[in-house]
Design a protein around this ligand. Structure first.
Ligand SMILES: Cc1cc2nc3c(=O)[nH]c(=O)nc-3n(C[C@H](O)[C@H](O)[C@H](O)COP(=O)(O)OP(=O)(O)OC[C@H]3O[C@@H](n4cnc5c(N)ncnc54)[C@H](O)[C@@H]3O)c2cc1C
Ligand code: SF4
Ligand code: SF4
Ligand code: SF4
Length: 382
């Protein structure tokens, strides 16, 4: 099915006000729960402050009001929570492009049953690391980070709203030139509109207070139409001009991403000597493996007896990363989780992303999007 577009927003005034762009996502999730189409919703929720978001599994539609709104200091990944904890229920999941790509890779490995899943995609222009965001707001915005009650990325700026109602914005380009701004992985992220979901929601091209929805699958189209029919959301047609604005913004972001991709993976890619230094720095905590949504094997090769040396130590960092590279780098979705958790600040995802690019050039395999498993993929662990 070719995509269709609409502008939508919540019919319930409360939800409309709570939502980022009219509360459409929250209303659609409420429709799914109220009508027993899904048992649970997996999304994320603010805990105390904008710097503290956690994944939540919700089965009562009223609770969804507390999840409305966009959290930009939440690079949280939800894809791998599905096979670990919730694969046996009918589920709706809210996904940024990296979440949707992680889900795609896990579906192909029979770790997620796609028939049980509604994927509600969000456009994404990037997220910030909470700790770095706090420091940045103090330094560049000259505010107490605890006074920030809302943040958004709009018109090339990172904008914050403070407790007293004032707003401050700083250009993303200026922040990123100085080494601040969005996470490095987000800067080079290739997908801003996750068209591997059932519907994709965003503000690009939409009027204020409305969401521009792209209905990608037949299931997604039925979902939106039924949500309208049952009185959860209202809709307006999208004009050609609005479609063009959205395309233009996507194009601008893609060009920006290419610039950063070149910078991180070619111009400023670490030298062999530098990688040597990094591997010596690695403390083998395995945090990068444990957090990676694509590292799914039930029994990790690294922990098999034949990989351990005589005094029961884990393999050296180079062997450990070599095994991981050989196992999953072709499917790396550039989510950046490995780098976010690394206590030794090793730019670990650069090497995985670079390998994935090379694999893509040779095989045309697009991690997170291709319908088939990567060419030459083999696993003894499915
Ligand atoms: C980090 C981020 C960046 C975005 N960047 C863009 C952009 O550049 N261009 C654009 O057109 N649209 C972007 N969006 C989408 C836009 O902000 C709205 O989310 C979308 O229009 C839906 O609005 P709504 O009122 O219908 O959603 P709501 O009814 O407010 O529901 C939002 C849903 O998103 C979930 N959510 C919030 N933060 C996150 C997160 N970090 N990760 C996963 N789920 C989350 C909430 O839990 C809730 O379920 C972005 C969203 C996020 C979260
Ligand atoms: S990696 Fe891409 S999809 Fe994921 S948070 Fe960053 S910009 Fe968004
Ligand atoms: S290697 Fe890192 S960037 Fe790539 S999928 Fe795994 S956690 Fe994400
Ligand atoms: S998270 Fe960092 S320190 Fe820990 S094993 Fe991975 S690369 Fe090494």
């Amino acid at each position: 099915m070719s995509s269709e577009f609409l502008l939508i927003r919540a019919k319930d005034e409360l939800v409309c006000g709570l939502g980022e762009c009219g509360g459409s996502v929250t209303s659609i999730l409420q429709y799914l729960l109220d009508n027993d189409i899904v048992d649970n919703v997996l999304t994320i929720k603010k805990e105390g402050s904008v710097y503290d978001a956690v994944p939540v599994l919700i089965s009562n539609s009223e609770e969804l009001n507390s999840t409305a709104g966009s959290l930009h200091c939440a690079p949280t990944m939800v894809a791998d929570l599905i096979p670990k904890f919730i694969n046996d229920t009918k589920l709706a999941v809210v996904c940024k492009p990296c979440d949707a790509m992680g889900i795609n890779e896990l579906e192909k490995r029979n770790q997620i049953d796609k028939n049980n899943l509604y994927k509600i995609g969000l456009n994404c222009g990037g997220t910030l690391m909470p700790k770095q965001a706090k420091e940045m707001f103090e330094l560049f915005y000259e505010v107490n980070p605890d006074d920030v009650i809302k943040e958004e990325i709009d018109k090339g700026q990172i904008i914050i709203e403070l407790k007293d109602g004032t707003e401050k914005g700083v250009k993303i380009d200026d922040l990123e030139e100085k080494g601040w701004g969005r996470r490095e992985n987000c800067q080079r992220c290739e997908i801003m509109i996750p068209r591997n979901t059932d519907i994709v929601c965003g503000n690009w091209g939409a009027e204020k207070g409305w969401t521009f929805v792209e209905m990608v699958t037949g299931k997604g189209k039925d979902l939106v139409n039924n949500g309208i029919k049952e009185g959860y959301i209202e809709s307006k047609t999208v004009s050609q001009k609005q479609i063009e604005i959205r395309e233009k913004l996507e194009g601008i972001m893609i060009n920006l991403m290419k610039k950063f991709g070149e910078k991180h993976l070619i111009i400023e890619y670490p030298s062999l000597e530098k990688w040597d230094e990094y591997w010596n720095r690695c403390i083998e905590c395995y945090g990068c493996r444990d957090i990676c949504p694509i590292c799914w094997c039930n029994e990790c090769e690294i922990e098999k007896n034949y990989m351990k040396n005589s005094i029961e130590l884990p393999p050296d960092p180079l062997t450990f990363q070599g095994i991981r590279l050989g196992h999953m780098s072709f499917s790396c979705i550039n989510c950046g989780q490995c780098e976010d958790v690394c206590p030794m600040e090793i730019p670990i995802s650069r090497i995985y992303k670079k390998m994935q690019r090379k694999y893509n050039e040779k095989t045309e395999y697009i991690a997170g999007f291709s319908d088939e498993l990567p060419p030459l993929f083999s696993s003894t662990n499915e």
